[in-house]
Design a protein around this ligand. Structure first.
Ligand SMILES: NC(=O)c1ccc[n+]([C@@H]2O[C@H](COP(=O)([O-])OP(=O)(O)OC[C@H]3O[C@@H](n4cnc5c(N)ncnc54)[C@H](OP(=O)(O)O)[C@@H]3O)[C@@H](O)[C@H]2O)c1
Length: 327
């Protein structure tokens, strides 16, 4: 095992150019952890928020960006019994994915689904953990319900559309161009709404209202989301791309029995994330292996070009996932 590795660090809060290659010590796995030699690392919007100084890593996590990766187990810490050196996995990481090596709890690793390669598998954990826990566990989506996801062409959106459709929901999505809307419908959305031309509130109210909305936009979308919900509907907030601040009349929460909730994945306990991993292994990994659902790949960049990968993500020109090739 080498003592040092190439990694991408955030040299100062700022734009994509603050991401620079550096040399760091190879981390050592602690109790219950494995060391991965990374093949590919997924790029996620929270990495860009962290880079800009708006999403600090938890105190025990690496300061390097990168929340998911695929690769090979090259060392196991004490107490690891389910994985062995040489196993290929994809994993949710507490941070540190933009590097040649990273450590993570063994319980946050999942097998490479049959039929997927390491590049595709690197793009699964962050979005699948997030969508499963927010749409199905927290949001309680049921077959037959009307489900609206904003940012339908994002990594999160493309995952949510496929899973919600598979589990029997009627899926609606918003996106910012005709191409993105077409991609959402090809993935299983019954109706994609170009938010630049159309009002999602009108579309959803015509259908009877959404039973569940997954929102990452916030701001002016919050009161509009409440209007778009059916009575007893639920709104799950996973980000505030626009703003977390808004003036809101809360009376309708009471009179129409609405629920507002939300979560972020990263600060949750290792045990909570292990439970999500177990749910995914049981309910979702067989669907990936069967080809029923799968990651939507946008583009690949070499690790050293992480800045270009972030610029692509922030241009919003992408559909689906952006990945860094590490080895
Ligand atoms: N809570 C959590 O644990 C958690 C975990 C992972 C990700 N997230 C959040 O989930 C979001 C998606 O993440 P990602 O990695 O999949 O990022 P991404 O692919 O960059 O997606 C961001 C999306 O937001 C869309 N968007 C921006 N403004 C919009 C608007 N006004 N209406 C509708 N869509 C809008 C963009 O599409 P258009 O070009 O169509 O606008 C883009 O597709 C991010 O906000 C991220 O922070 C939360």
């Amino acid at each position: 095992m080498p003592d040092t590795m190439t990694a991408i660090e955030i040299t100062a809060p700022g734009g994509p150019d603050v991401l620079k290659p550096t040399q760091r010590p190879v981390p050592r796995p602690g109790h219950g952890q494995v060391l991965l030699k990374i093949a590919y690392a997924g790029v996620n919007r929270p990495d860009a928020l962290q880079r800009a100084g708006n999403y600090a890593p938890p105190p025990t996590a690496s300061d390097l960006p990168g929340l998911e990766a695929s690769g090979t187990v090259v060392a196991c810490g004490p107490g690891v019994s389910d994985l062995s050196v040489g196993d290929q996995v994809c994993a949710l990481l507490p941070g540190g994915g933009y590097a040649e090596y990273a450590v993570t709890p063994a319980a946050h690793c999942l097998p490479i689904p049959h039929g997927l390669d390491l590049k595709q598998a690197a793009c699964l954990p962050e979005t699948y953990f997030t969508v499963w826990s927010n749409v199905f566990t927290r949001g309680g989506l049921q077959a037959g319900e009307r489900f609206l996801v904003h940012g339908g062409s994002s990594g999160i959106g493309t995952t949510a559309i496929q899973l919600a459709r598979h589990f029997g929901a009627r899926v609606f999505a918003t996106a910012g161009s005709a191409d993105k809307c077409a991609a959402c419908e090809a993935l299983g959305a019954e109706r994609a709404i170009n938010y630049r031309d159309e009002d999602f509130v009108t579309v959803l109210r015509t259908e009877g209202g959404a039973n569940l909305i997954l929102d990452m936009v916030g701001g002016a979308y919050i009161p509009r989301n409440l209007k778009a919900l059916a009575d007893d509907g639920r709104l799950v907030q996973i980000a505030f791309l626009q703003s977390p601040m808004v003036e809101l009349n809360f009376a309708q929460l009471m009179t129409r029995r609405l629920t507002m909730t939300g979560s972020t994945l990263r600060p949750q306990s290792d045990l909570a994330k292990a439970r999500i991993a177990n749910d995914l292994r049981t309910h979702v990994w067989p669907l990936l292996a069967a080809g029923t659902i799968g990651p939507v790949m946008d583009s690949e960049f070499p690790l050293e070009q992480a800045a270009q990968a972030h610029a692509r993500m922030e241009s919003s020109g992408h559909i689906g996932k952006i990945v860094l090739k590490v080895a």
